[in-house]
Ligand binder design. Structure first.
Ligand code: PEP
Ligand code: MN
Length: 352
């Protein structure tokens, strides 16, 4: 495993514009960001995947030339660009780009990822893999595995949210459970957050960055532009270098230390015991449900008894409210429990 993306007790910070728009814009951005010591890498959108034809699609090789020109002036900074085709990768390598990322519209397409990976063989470049637009963790993990299988040692995942029916006021729904599950499955994989594409609005970026830190993310990719209002792409969500500097200064970074306070250890122990009891109760509940299945079969009764389910749910919800539990939370739990009970009874009824 490589170590390009690891940093001691601090998030790896990537900042830069959605798109490189002119030499002047790049120069102004670099001059401002060079003063922010914590930034590790500049993001440079050079080819932009646009939803509709005719919009600004990036400046391609011309922008790469400006980056190559500026790089020697900022030896402490590295530069990354998005690649979607083998030719993009080839051009990035030609101009000395330090790392590349696979965007959300590409990572969800196994054909495109495979083509890119074919071109990565024998190449040593760090690769960031953004989550696909749809919340299919296997598709995301599959793209990461393909990149690893191509022999790339430095691979990181970037969480940029999912475009769903309800995006909770964000441009993309963060659906945090997906990156958390990815981290559970790949504990050694550096996990970054792109709050800009989650938020879609500059004023939400700091809060989502903090949430990512609280969830132990390893880094952030934040769209930063010297004059966001004039940006040719994603104008609403980019922040200025000054706002970036303030965001970094105010970011609370939890320590990554395994020595936990005694009281917390004890409480965790108690939670483990409670979880064990919950599992025992679920087991007992299933056993009762299976006995009922036998009785239903003997008496030719239907598995689903809607009036019973309705009464049971209403009674549990009233009790939950009286106990100060979230009614929605309890509803979700009992809907799952009931659905499992129906599934088990159906299975038992049709087993022979
Ligand atoms: C980007 O980073 O500019 C971009 C296009 O993001 P995403 O692939 O996450 O939509
Ligand atoms: Mn963008």
């Amino acid at each position: 495993m490589g170590s390009f993306f690891s940093k001691n007790n601090a998030p790896f910070l990537i900042a830069g514009p959605c798109s490189i728009e002119s030499r002047g814009q790049l120069e102004a951005l670099l001059a401002a960001i060079a003063g922010i010591g914590e930034v590790d890498m500049i993001r440079c959108g050079v080819w932009k995947p646009r939803t509709r034809p005719g919009d600004f699609e990036g400046l391609g090789e011309e922008a790469l030339r400006w980056i190559a020109e500026q790089k020697p002036r900022y030896p402490h900074l590295r530069f990354a660009a998005e690649v979607a085709t083998p030719s993009h990768l080839e051009q990035c390598l030609k101009y000395g780009i330090d790392a590349v990322w696979i965007g959300a519209r590409t990572s969800g397409n196994p054909f495109s990822v495979s083509e890119l990976c074919e071109a990565m063989k024998g190449v040593s470049i760090p690769v960031l893999v953004k989550n696909p637009l749809i919340p299919d963790i296997k598709l995301w993990a599959g793209a990461i595995e393909r990149v690893r299988n191509a022999g790339i040692g430095d691979v990181a995942a970037v969480h940029r949210g999912f475009f769903l029916d309800n995006n909770l006021g964000y441009r993309n729904n963060p659906l945090w459970k997906i990156p958390i599950e990815l981290k559970r499955q790949y504990p050694d994989l550096p996990l970054f957050c792109d709050p800009s594409h989650i938020c879609g609005k500059a004023e939400l970026v700091a809060k989502v960055s903090q949430t990512a830190m609280d969830l132990s993310f390893d880094g952030l990719m934040i769209e930063t532009h010297p004059a966001p209002a004039d940006a040719l792409t994603d104008a609403r969500q980019q922040i200025t270098p000054q706002q970036l500097s303030q965001l970094i200064a105010e970011l609370r970074i939890p320590v990554k230390d395994n020595t936990l306070p005694d009281e917390m250890q004890m409480l965790r122990h108690e939670i483990d015991t409670i979880d064990g009891e919950l599992l025992q109760l679920l087991r007992q509940r299933n056993d009762k449900s299976l006995k009922i299945a036998e009785i239903k079969r003997a008496n030719n009764l239907s598995v689903l008894q809607l009036d019973r389910w309705e009464k049971l749910l209403q009674s549990h919800l009233a009790q939950a409210e009286a106990m100060g539990l979230s009614v929605e939370y309890v509803r979700r739990i009992f809907e799952e429990i009931h659905a499992e009970s129906v599934r088990l009874q159906n299975e038992a009824l049709h087993k022979d």
